[in-house]
Design a protein around this ligand. Structure first.
Ligand code: FAD
Length: 316
């Protein structure tokens, strides 16, 4: 009989897992609390311009992710943007999506059943299956689950099933926050080629990119500014106007919007690409907290989780 699989989260890890399971003849159901697939591959319109306000570019190190990148490139969804920032070329291509990073999620969601606006608020075991409860009170059952939400949330949902050792291992994972500002500046930002300034360790600002020069929007001076982790944490509760004023610094903006990423980037990760929970039914955790804290890590984690889940599901 066909196994029912639910994937929680339609970010890059969840969708990569979904594609792999689909290819293996196990079409999953993907649930996401957001209004559209993508998670931190986030793109939005604002004041007539288009902004990437989560992931900005990606790099490729593994053959598995290279194969995804080649597919996107062949379909015109990604292109090389630069081979370095701040005037320094290190030879490694940085890829961007001219249709916005979110267009890659839309591409990965093709052929997959994704239900958006569905938040999983409870998980329990019932008669040899997982029982998932949503915040609207709906109940879904599954033979296997891949959970890709931030690990802190997974821990809260799965506390009843985790062994003390598993709780301790997963409890070590930590995330940095990021305050992300989308702004239309009154004057050119004058960013170096290719249209971005990367300031590793920079506080209050660690990144600034011009979305017009990325090819996302025709609107000039539509920039995305990311705050560094220290500034983001210590000013998390600060009024948006005050955060914007500090992040804009010397620049004036005719319009701006602030997004607060609470789980922006794992700073302490689990070394394996996914995590199999010891439970009576198959349950695998995935996401960029497993392996590598970047888009490639999320994709590889999703693929690894799909492989592990297939093995677990095939056991009698
Ligand atoms: C500001 C910022 C800048 C970044 N810049 C880069 C970059 O330049 N290059 C790079 O490689 N990476 C970058 N990253 C990291 C990259 O975005 C992530 O590594 C990757 O997108 C993570 O994918 P994921 O699937 O693991 O998680 P997510 O994309 O977070 O997906 C998890 C999904 O789970 C859903 N979810 C959570 N809880 C529930 C629930 N209870 N029920 C249902 N759904 C739920 C969420 O809505 C979300 O869609 C950046 C991230 C941020 C925030």
């Amino acid at each position: 009989m066909q196994k029912q699989v639910v994937i929680i989260g339609a970010g890059l890890s969840g969708l990569s897992a979904a594609q792999a399971l689909n290819r293996a003849g196990i079409p999953p159901l993907v649930l996401d609390k957001g209004s559209r697939p993508g998670g931190r591959m986030a793109t939005r319109p604002f004041e007539g311009a288009i902004f990437d306000y989560g992931a900005q570019f990606f790099t490729v190190r593994s053959e598995k992710f290279a194969s995804m990148q080649r597919g996107w490139e062949a379909r015109g969804l990604v292109k090389v943007w630069s081979k370095g920032f701040n005037g320094q070329q290190d030879g490694h291509p940085r890829y961007i999506a001219p249709g916005g990073m979110n267009s890659l999620a839309s591409d990965l969601a093709l052929g997959i059943t994704v239900r958006n606006g569905v938040k999983v608020s409870g998980i329990s075991l019932n008669g040899g299956q997982w029982r998932l409860e949503t915040d609207s009170g709906e109940v879904l059952v599954a033979d296997g689950v891949i959970a890709t939400m931030p690990v802190e949330q997974t821990l809260a949902l799965l506390d009843f099933v985790l062994a003390a050792e598993e709780r301790e291992t997963l409890g070590r994972i930590e995330y940095e926050r990021c305050l992300a500002l989308m702004a239309i500046l009154d004057q050119p930002a004058e960013l170096p080629e290719p249209g971005a300034r990367q300031l590793p360790g920079g506080e209050p600002v660690s990144w600034m990119a011009d979305n017009q020069r990325k090819g996302l929007t025709a609107v000039a001076n539509a920039v995305t500014i990311h705050a560094g982790p220290e500034f983001s944490l210590s000013n998390w509760e600060m009024a948006a106007e005050d955060v914007a004023a500090i992040m804009l610094g010397q620049y004036q903006a005719s319009a701006w919007k602030l997004h607060r990423w609470k789980f922006a980037k794992p700073s302490v990760m689990h070394p394996e690409a996914c995590f199999v929970v010891t439970a009576p039914c198959p349950l695998v955790l995935a996401g960029d907290a497993f392996g590598e804290a970047r888009m490639e890590g999320a994709a590889l984690s999703g693929l690894a989780a799909a492989e592990r889940l297939q093995v677990l599901l095939s056991r009698p």
